[in-house]
Each structure stands twice: as structure tokens, then as C-alpha cells.
Design a protein around this ligand. Sequence first.
Ligand code: S3P
Ligand code: PEP
Length: 446
Amino acid sequence: MAHAQPQIPVTARSRGPLAGRVRVPGDKSISHRSLIFGLLAIGETVISGLLEGEDVMRTADAARALGAIVHHDRPGSWRVRGVGVGGLREPRGVLDFGNAGTGSRLMMGVCGAHPITTIFDGDASLRKRPMRRILDPLELMGTTIVAQEEGGRVPLTLRGPKEAVPITYRTPVASAQIKSAVLLAGLAAPGETTVIETEATRDHTETMLRHFGADVSVSPDGAHGRRIVLKGQPELQAAPIVVPADPSSAAFPLVAALIVPGSDILIGSVMTNPLRSGLLTTLREMGADISVESEANEGGEAVATLRVRAGALNGVTVPPERAPAMIDEYPVLAVAASFATGTTRMRGLQELRVKESDRLAAVEAGLKAAGVTCAIEGDDLVVEGRGGEVAGGGLVATHLDHRIAMSFLVMGLATRRPMTVDDGAMIATSFPSFVALMNGLGGDIA
Ligand SMILES: O=C(O)C1=C[C@@H](OP(=O)(O)O)[C@@H](O)[C@H](O)C1
Ligand SMILES: C=C(OP(=O)(O)O)C(=O)O
């Protein structure tokens, strides 16, 4: 729930090239889903490599409140004894999701389709984020919205129907969270639940539904879209999960190594699912020196160890249809673009306005504080690259947004003057070891 926490300013300074080998923590999207599927399965789901960030810990708390037995054995190693689809217990208190959009929205799908009453809340950032996009399909499936803040915000209370109604739903915006909420609700409904998306978004829910024994079919729909059909009321069976390293976290050391002159680093076993790899595609188009050292498969996902070396970057235009494959990486791409030669235009970024902060506005303000010329034109972000020489020296407002904090700290490792972010506390939501990992490579963040 919304508490006013003291702010923790953090400063990054340049201190020479980055070197060494790192592995970033487990993927946040898969970590949330591991706990949710563990809750919905019969038997014990053993998870290794779980991201122990605050967002994911809120999902673990919610799974417990809904009846799962959740054990933490060793760092990254967790066990979840589930209740099965249909077996959720009504929680006694409020489900507090803190800063987490994914955890709250996916759990709304789960809870809204079960005959229980649940109250969802979160921090000051989550309280601003739109939940109508989840409530609309849930209402079609029979959920009653008992209470909500104006505009469909948390805190809100859901009452699930005796039996959810299967629907065919076309998502109004490209969002894996909407798709996943509808599919998770569809587990409790008889018959087929269908989601149609115009742009393919990350497919972890579909992959994990199959891994736990559900019947899911996926077919192309239009030029970039997909149609996903789920057979409802399966008996999900516990299944082991290995969580691969998070490409959205890997983005920070990756961009840092590109912009700090002389850097040469290795980032181990990063998930390379094509629906998450838009940043790699874009950076390579900019001329980035990123090579694949080795490839493997972890928990059913392709992973690769990346070697990243500093070098000149050129401005590019990023097409709007690439946005779902790199939606969380635009803030740090904007940092890379600041060091490039020429203009980078990132098109179709309207969804960035409804993340943990208005990321379009936060990035624009941060870049300007660092002496970079940039503009928001409609839904596009346009950055005038400074060809390697960025002044820095600014104070950046992070607005409870981990990715804004980490992006501008990465920038400060390469600017002439240090960069300070007003609050580093939110970094722990997705990447608790960020400062230690970056300093281990030779960074100076404190
Ligand atoms: O499904 C997921 O795990 C996520 C989907 C994306 O959100 P949207 O579905 O709102 O685009 C992304 O920004 C978020 O960090 C994680
Ligand atoms: C948008 C993000 O997360 P969420 O929607 O889960 O808060 C993110 O991690 O960048």
C-alpha cells in the first residue's frame, strides 16, 4: 500500500573501462509466472533461479495468501505446493503488490475467475496505473468489480463468479499482461478461451501453460499478430522450472559496456527469446559490437553468453512494431542513443506513458538534465546523439521507476560529470544486485 519512503539518492561517476564476466538475475516475467503456475498446479513445483526482487516477492506473498505453501530453500531455489485450478482460498487481507504491474494484473486474472473476493492494492506508482484493461475482459467473464478507485485503479475489489465464462478477446493494446490475465482467467472457465493480439508479445504464459499440462494452440493472425486458444479447466500438474537470466536486466551492463570507452565484458546465459530481443536487434543496427560466445537452452528458453565491446554507435529509426519485443528497454536505449552519432527516432511508444512512471516524460527530463537534446513528437521519442561526448551532471527524478534509476546510473558511468538519481530504492524491485554487479565490472555507483 502507499507508504511515503525516504528517498535514497545514488550517484554514478566515470572511472575507466568496464571489464569482467557477469550473470544477471532471473527473468522477472518468468519468475512471477513460476509462482502463479505453482499456485495453480497440483503437487510441488520446484523453481531454480527465481528473481528475488521485491516485485516477485509480492507475488510469492499473494500465492501464500491464496493457499499455496511456498518454501525458500536457498538463494534462487523455491518450492511451491499448489492448490490446483479452482482451489484458491479467499485471502484474509489485502493483496499488496507494491510496485508490480505484472504481479497484480496476472493475479487479477487468476482471482477474478474464482468464486472468492480479493482486494488489490500497491504503492503510489501502481495506484496510478490503468487496470481497466484487465477489468474489461474480466467483467465479460463474469467478474464483479465490487469497488475501485476512479478510472479503474487500485485499491480495487474483485468478486469472481461461481463459474467463469469463456470469451474470445482481442487485446486493445499490445500487452502480454492483458493476454496473460485473460488466459489465466480462462483456466477456470469451461470450454475455449481465445486471445487475439495484433502484435505478438512475450509468450511466457503460453509456454508455461503447456509446460504445466494445459492444451494451448497458437496460430498467426494478420501480419504480426497471434491467436491463442486455451482449453479451460485443465488439471495443471507441478513441473520443475529453471528461470533464465533476464534480458531486461542484462540491458544495463550491456549498454554501459557499449558507451564506456575501452570496455569489454561478458554477460552469461542471457535469454534470447525473439519476443524479448528487440534491444539487441536495435543496438546491432546502430553498429554495436555484440557477439555470441556460446549458446544453450535453459528451462526451454534459448540463452546466449554475450561479449560486448565499446565502440561507435550510429542513430537509427526503431519501427513501432518492434516495441513489444523491447518495451522495457527504451529508457536505456535512449541513453545509448545519446552517445551515438546522429538522430535516433523511437516510434510508437504510447505504452511507455503507463509504466511505473510516464517513461516518455521521465526519459526526456533526464536526458535534458544531462545536456542531451531530445523531444517527444506524438508517440515518438527523438534523441540527438552527441557522438560519444555527453556532459552529464544532472539530477534525475525517478518517479518510483527502477528502469529510470538504472538507465541514468548507466549513463553516469560515461558522462563527463557524474549523474545522480533522486532515489535508488526501486532498483530492488527487479535487480537488487545492480549496484554491486556494475561496480564489480569497474563502475563507480554509490
Ligand atoms: O507480461 C509481462 O511479464 C510483462 C509485460 C510488459 O507489460 P505490458 O503487458 O503492460 O506491455 C512489460 O512491460 C512488463 O515489464 C512485464
Ligand atoms: C513495466 C515493468 O514492470 P511491471 O509492469 O511489472 O510493473 C518493468 O519492469 O519495466
